[in-house]
Design a protein around this ligand. Structure first.
Ligand SMILES: [Zn+2]
Length: 96
């Protein structure tokens, strides 16, 4: 059981959670709430960002988004409200 990305609680859920970084955060958001968080639209239309793998500009519209150029997986936990909290899974990492 992993932490809740909406409330940020990790006390009840053990390790992992919305304050981790990199691939751990991406996998956390991807799997959170049986996968219903990852396809949820980000409030306000999403975040303009730059791929942390290849540098291409794109817009994150859902909480887990792929770079249109290289397919790099990025994620942001819903409790965070700015693009600086976007985490990158790593080059060549495919999240299933
Ligand atoms: Zn990219």
């Amino acid at each position: 059981m992993k932490g809740c990305p909406s409330c940020g609680s990790v006390d009840k859920h053990g390790s992992g959670g919305p304050f981790t970084t990199g691939r751990e955060l991406v996998e956390f958001v991807y799997n959170a709430h049986e996968g219903t968080i990852r396809d949820k639209l980000i409030e306000g239309g999403g975040y303009e960002t730059v791929c942390q793998g290849c540098g291409a500009a794109f817009t994150m519209k859902t909480h887990v988004s792929r770079c249109p150029e290289c397919g790099g997986v990025h994620a942001i936990a819903p409790i965070h409200k700015s693009a600086e909290h976007i985490q990158f899974a790593g080059k060549g990492v495919v999240i299933e």
